[in-house]
Design a protein around this ligand. Structure first.
Ligand code: PAF
Length: 293
C-alpha cells in the first residue's frame, strides 16, 4: 500500500489503474479506524481492482465548539490497518492540499440537511461533508464509494449530491458494525469513560425496544418513538433528538407505511453519539390464497 499526500499523485495512480481497465473503489474516512471502517475497506477490496482509502479530518464539517482538535489521529496505526484490510492507496493529504488559499466553493443540499444532525449541529456540518466528498469524488473519480450506515443522514445527503449533480459514482452503504454489547462502533467511543461506556449501550437498546414494538405491528410513530424514549429516560439519557422519519427523504411521519429511519443523537459522558435503525416495512398478508387441491 502506498501513502500519497498530493492530488496530482493520486490522480496519476488512479489514471494508470483505469487505463488498465480496472475499477476504482473509494472509502472516504477521517481515520481513527475501527471495525466499521475496516468492513468498508474489505467490501471495497472485494468489489474493485484499485482501493483508495482517504484519510482526512475535514475541518469544515466541525463547528467552532466541536472536537476538531481532540479528534483522534494516529496515521501509522490507520495505515497498517488499511493495508491489512486490502487498501492499495492511503490518500492522506494536508489541509491546504484540499483547501488551498482562496478556496471558495461549497456544496449545499437543502431539505434533508435541515433536520436531525443538520438541525442539531448546524448547516455547516453537511455543507462540509458534501463539499469534501464531492471534492474527493473529483480527485479519485471512483466507480463506487463506500460509507457506513451509522451516518444514515450523511449517506442520504451524498446520494442526493450524486443524483443532483449527475456524478458517475455508485454509493454503497454498509451495515452498522456493533460491539458485542450493541454499541455502534464510532471513533468517538474513545471519549467514553467506563461508566459512560456502559451507559452508551442504552442507545441501541432503546432503538431495539422501538423496533420490537414496530415488529409487533404498531404503526403509530409516536407510540414507537415512546418505546425508545422510555429506555433512554430510565438510563438518564436526554437525547438531542430521537425521531422517526421516512427512510426515503427524512420527511416526518405519523403513521409508518414504508421503511422508516429511527435516529437518535445523545451526549453520553464526554461523547456525542449517534445511532439508528431502519424499521423495514413488511407487507402484512391479510388474505391467504386458497390452497390448490
Ligand atoms: O464519515 C466520515 O468519516 C466523514 O464525514 C467523511 C465522509 C469522510 C467526510 O469527511
Amino acid at each position: 500500500m502506498r501513502i500519497i499526500r498530493t492530488v496530482a499523485e493520486v490522480r496519476s495512480e488512479v489514471h494508470a489503474a483505469r487505463t488498465a481497465g480496472g475499477s476504482i473503489g473509494l472509502v472516504p474516512t477521517m481515520g481513527a479506524f475501527h471495525e466499521g471502517h475496516l468492513s468498508l475497506i474489505r467490501e471495497a477490496r472485494a468489489q474493485n481492482d484499485l482501493v483508495v482509502v482517504s484519510l482526512f479530518v475535514n475541518p469544515t464539517q466541525f463547528g467552532p465548539t466541536e472536537d476538531l482538535d481532540a479528534y483522534p489521529r494516529d496515521e501509522s496505526r490507520d495505515a497498517a490497518l488499511a493495508e491489512q484490510s486490502g487498501a492499495d492507496i492511503l490518500f492522506a493529504p494536508a489541509v491546504d492540499e484540499i483547501y488551498p488559499d482562496g478556496f471558495a466553493t461549497g456544496i449545499h443540499v437543502t431539505g434533508i440537511t435541515e433536520v436531525l444532525d443538520g438541525a442539531a449541529r448546524g448547516a455547516f456540518h453537511f455543507d462540509g461533508v458534501a463539499t469534501v466528498v464531492t471534492k474527493l469524488f473529483g480527485i479519485v473519480a471512483p466507480d463506487v464509494a463506500y460509507f457506513g450506515q451509522k451516518d444514515a443522514q450523511q449517506v442520504m445527503v451524498i446520494r442526493r449530491v450524486v443524483r443532483d449533480l449527475d456524478l458517475p459514482v455508485r454509493i454503497v452503504a454498509c451495515p452498522i458494525v456493533r460491539e458485542p454489547d450493541g454499541l455502534a462502533m464510532s471513533s468517538r467511543n474513545i471519549y467514553l469513560d467506563p461508566d459512560a461506556r456502559q451507559q452508551a449501550t442504552t442507545l441501541n437498546r432503546a432503538l431495539d425496544a422501538a423496533a420490537a414494538v414496530h415488529l409487533a405491528g404498531e404503526r403509530d410513530a409516536a407510540v414507537i418513538v415512546a418505546a425508545a424514549q422510555r429506555v433512554l429516560a430510565d438510563a438518564g439519557i436526554r437525547p438531542e433528538y430521537l425521531e422517526l422519519r421516512s427512510n426515503d427523504d427524512l420527511r416526518p411521519i405519523e403513521h409508518v407505511d414504508g421503511d422508516a429511519l429511527l435516529a437518535v443523537a445523545a451526549r453520553v459522558g464526554a461523547a456525542r453519539l449517534i445511532d439508528n435503525h431502519v424499521l423495514k416495512h413488511r407487507h402484512v398478508l391479510t388474505h391467504r390464497p386458497e390452497r390448490e387441491s
